[in-house]
Write a protein that binds this ligand. Structure first.
Ligand code: FAD
Length: 821
């Protein structure tokens, strides 16, 4: 009778134990597990803390007793394997309850000890409020703190899978969460533009993600909490800290066994999962695997591979039906709030690091037929070999359907398929499930077009690095679409007019064409190519990818959406009677002021008592829509956000009891359009005067007026493109650099005025601005002007809000004095 010993009783270990039993009914099988639990669902732990999984028992898939009863496998929990003696074919074990140490002999041994979270040796990191999450006891501790109501604020260190899942689940328990990540992006395994969508998603939900920053030390905070000092000099105070900065293999106990380990301590195995020691196998997070695309050994700690390796190791330990393990390519998926992010195979980063020749394409198809209700856009990035046309990898984000496409492409990679094969994959199609051309087919078509020379592409990063004197940015959308935002310096020639307006396109420059997602710009590039333009390039992923990748997503700017999640619907006006008719309009894809314009247009044709149900994917619409409704005397029936889509139901007033029209008050609104020192001073003199009379004041800064709000120095790390940078250089850096409207005399005039003001004891402009902010003035920076001028929130002084035109208009409804300066 064969005797199999297994070290580690979770994914790989228990999978192997079950398979061994199925292969050999008579064998003696013993699993050693140092912890209290076996076969638990560690992937479900964050969701139990978030109360998404409500019953703790559901995390425990199997108990030692049940396993013994069903499978005839002995599971010794609380038994730690201390050492191996390969020469004696035995292991040394310690019963952690009694302290007894004993030896156990084996015929075949499987090492499946997994890994443990890395704990940094930072000063103060032993504070009791600092946790890691890997086991059931870890989970119990964190959940107890949350259940007791002790945790109001949490800091998650590390924005990988577990870190972000925990951020979501702590947020779900009403906790204010900050995430600190050393890299310039979350989820380091994907490429930046894909991670940028995750940055946007966490910001929308009010989680403060601080990139390119790390913790340098912890000190005790108030009420049992911790203060984390960051390398940037900032500090974050939190009632609970979760460290999720990586995993290391649990292999210290085999260090002297003669088993070969890799550089980072992982067990080295051959393709039968055999170690270099006779009859000792290994599987799971503790081993190095072969990456099939790089053909190099690496560590990829994932549950799927661990389980499958356990099964294969068992086959090979038994010996009757041996199998080889062909490697792990890192197919993974995660839910970050409403967003799914998935990946398989090689990323661009991996290709660059391993010098694998690659090309890529980004598409934004619908998850199913656009005409069937509920279709959502996803983003798919496909990597492929320009030489062999083989599919190398894919990454995807979206609110539905990403998992299916990633799995199909993972299968294609496993089968060594080419992009041509992707175009022919025959998928199951009906409108609620897919389109006649599935996103996977579409990715194949796009890649095929590149490889067949039908189109040349550039990436969003090429826009950043392009020399504006050598590049012509051509936006081929309609003017209405362009009103939602264009790249700085781009020229609009809609596709429909392109053939007639070819003489407006320079022939001596590189032409980069773009539209929203690349669908119009591809045929437009064909038009140019057919007309002899040799230098026409299509922007992969279009404006959408460029925009999300070049925007710095900040929770503070999307706080209203976080409130919606918490079902706080401010200032909602209701009536008891239902609308006589509800017209549904989809304004998704339009950005400020697009949805507001669409809202107005549709409301204009409704009769009193009828309502408009409008959806928009612009987060600012959450505050703009109610503001617009209030200022026009209409009724807000509903405002909510789900899966990134803001929905407003607004009823035309008239037939139903009218909401009292906003009474004109004595507030003051000032539009600061000018960037001249004297005019900005005038604006603040008036503002402070009004404040001193007890009036509410709103200053709306648009176009050149925004320069008054800029911080004096250059703000680093904003990832601006060359045109935005050029704009930034040319415009004054803040109030101190503003010129006079007359007699500027190369800046001398401004200095003279400041001197005269000082002489007459008139506060400097900067002091006036500070006084106004302190006095409660509402300084609003126009979002659309900021976008056009390439100005970012980080460049503005503290105390400024970012707002749309509707926010300003609402303030002006309560004002008896509206100045344009
Ligand atoms: P483990 O599951 O870690 O099991 C190893 C066991 O060995 C441990 O119980 C340990 O106590 C025991 N052990 C170690 N040393 C000894 C010793 N000397 N003596 C006795 N016993 C010992 N992966 C995914 O693919 N998808 C996910 O969504 C996902 N989510 C996750 C969420 C969380 C919170 C965590 C913690 C992990 C997640 N993972 C996920 C990773 C996945 O759980 C692991 O890849 C998988 O569990 C690895 O299995 P394993 O058997 O190699 O190791």
């Amino acid at each position: 009778m064969a005797k199999y010993l297994i070290v580690g009783g979770v994914a790989a270990g228990m999978s192997a134990a079950a398979r061994l039993r199925r292969l050999d009914e008579t064998a003696e099988i013993i699993v050693f597990e140092r912890g209290e639990y076996v076969s638990y669902a560690n992937c479900g732990l964050p969701y139990y803390i978030g109360d998404e999984i409500k019953e703790r028992e559901r995390l425990i898939v199997q108990t030692p007793e049940a396993f013994k009863e069903l499978m005839g496998v002995e599971v010794r929990t609380g038994n730690e394997v201390l050492a191996l003696r390969p020469e004696a074919k035995s292991i040394k074990v310690k019963d952690l309850l009694t302290g007894r140490e004993y030896d156990e002999a084996y015929d075949k041994l499987l090492l499946a000890p997994g890994g443990s979270p890395v704990k940094p040796t930072l000063p103060g990191s032993d504070h009791p409020a600092i946790h890691t999450l890997w086991t059931i006891p870890d989970t119990d501790k964190i959940r107890a703190m949350v259940d007791e109501g002790k945790v109001k604020t949490a800091l998650v260190v590390g924005a990988g899978f577990i870190g972000l899942e925990m951020a979501e689940n702590l947020h779900a328990r009403g906790i204010k969460v900050t995430v600190v990540e050393m890299a310039n992006q979350a989820m380091n395994v994907v490429d930046y533009e894909i991670a940028a969508m995750v940055h946007r998603e966490v910001a929308i939900h009010g989680v403060d993600l601080q990139l390119e920053d790390g913790v340098s030390e912890f000190t005790p905070g108030a009420n049992g909490g911790v203060i984390a000092r960051l390398t940037s000099g900032k500090s974050v105070e939190a009632d609970l800290v979760l460290l999720s900065i990586g995993v290391k293999p649990n292999t210290a106990f085999i260090a002297d066994s003669g088993i070969e380990l890799g550089k980072r301590g992982h067990i080295l195995v051959d393709d039968s999962l055999r170690t270099n020691q006779q009859d000792i196998f290994a599987a799971g997070d503790a081993i190095e695997v072969m990456h099939p695309l790089t053909q190099k050994k690496t560590a990829i700690p994932l549950a799927g591979p661990a389980n499958k390796q356990g099964r294969i190791a068992a086959d090979n330990m038994h010996g009757a039906m041996p199998h080889t393990y062909k490697g792990t390519m890192g197919t993974a998926i995660a839910k970050v709030f409403d967003l799914t992010i998935g990946m398989t195979g090689a990323s661009e980063k991996l290709c660059l690091a391993h010098e694998i020749p690659f090309d890529s394409v980004i598409i934004h198809p619908n998850d199913f037929a656009g005409y069937y209700p509920g279709a959502m856009k996803m983003c798919l990035k496909l990597l492929f070999s320009p030489d062999t046309r083989r599919v190398l990898g894919a990454q995807g984000t979206g609110y539905s359907g990403v998992d299916k496409r990633i799995d199909v492409i993972a299968t294609a990679i496993k089968g060594n398929m080419t992009v041509d094969d992707l175009t022919e994959i025959e998928h199951a199609y009906a409108p609620p499930y897919s389109s006649a051309k599935d996103p996977v087919n579409m990715a194949g078509f796009a890649a095929q077009n590149i490889l067949d020379g039908l189109v040349k592409t550039v990436k969003w990063t090429d826009i950043d690095s392009a020399d504006p004197s050598e590049v012509f940015l051509l936006d081929v959308r309609t003017p209405a679409e362009c009103a939602t935002g264009m790249m700085p310096g781009a020229v609009n020639v809609p596709l429909a007019n392109l053939r007639q307006r070819l003489d407006e396109i320079p022939r001596d420059k590189k032409i980069i064409l773009y539209c929203r997602v690349g669908l119009l710009s591809y045929p437009a590039s064909r038009v140019l190519t057919a007309n002899g333009f040799e230098n026409a390039f299509n922007l992969s992923g279009g404006y959408e990818t460029w925009h999300v990748a070049t925007t710095r997503h900040k929770a503070s700017e999307t706080a209203t959406v976080q409130q919606t999640e918490q079902k706080v619907i401010p200032m909602m006006q209701t009536t008891s009677e239902a609308p006589t008719k509800i017209v549904e309009v989809n304004a998704c894809g339009l950005q400020c002021p697009g949805p507001v314009m669409r809202l107005k247009k549709e409301m204009d044709v409704l009769l009193p008592g009828e309502a408009l149900s409008i959806t928009a994917s612009d987060p600012g619409f959450y505050s703009d829509a109610p503001a617009w409704a209030r200022s026009t005397g209409n009724l807000v029936r509903e405002i909510s956000v789900q899966k990134g889509i803001v929905k407003a139901v607004i009823e035309k007033a008239g037939q139903l009891p009218q909401a009292a029209p906003a009474a004109a008050g004595n507030d003051k609104t000032i539009i600061v359009f000018s960037g001249n020192l004297d005019k900005v001073i005038a604006a603040f003199i008036i503002a402070n005067g009004a404040l001193s009379m007890g009036r509410k004041v709103t200053l709306f800064f648009t176009f050149w007026g925004l320069n008054a709000l800029r911080k004096p120095g250059k703000v680093k790390g904003l990832r601006k493109n060359i045109i935005e940078k050029a704009f930034g250089w040319m415009m004054p850096h803040g109030s101190r650099k503003l010129p006079l409207s007359n007699m500027s005399m190369g800046g001398m005039g401004g200095k003279m005025i400041r001197g005269i003001m000082q002489h007459h004891n008139v506060p400097a402009l900067e002091d006036m601005m500070a006084m106004a902010i302190e006095g409660g003035a509402n300084l609003v920076a126009c979002q659309m002007s900021m976008d056009l001028m390439g100005i970012r929130k980080e460049e503005l002084i503290d105390g400024v809000q970012i707002g749309g035109v509707a926010a300003y208009l609402e303030a002006s409804e309560h004002s008896d004095n509206n100045l344009f300066i």
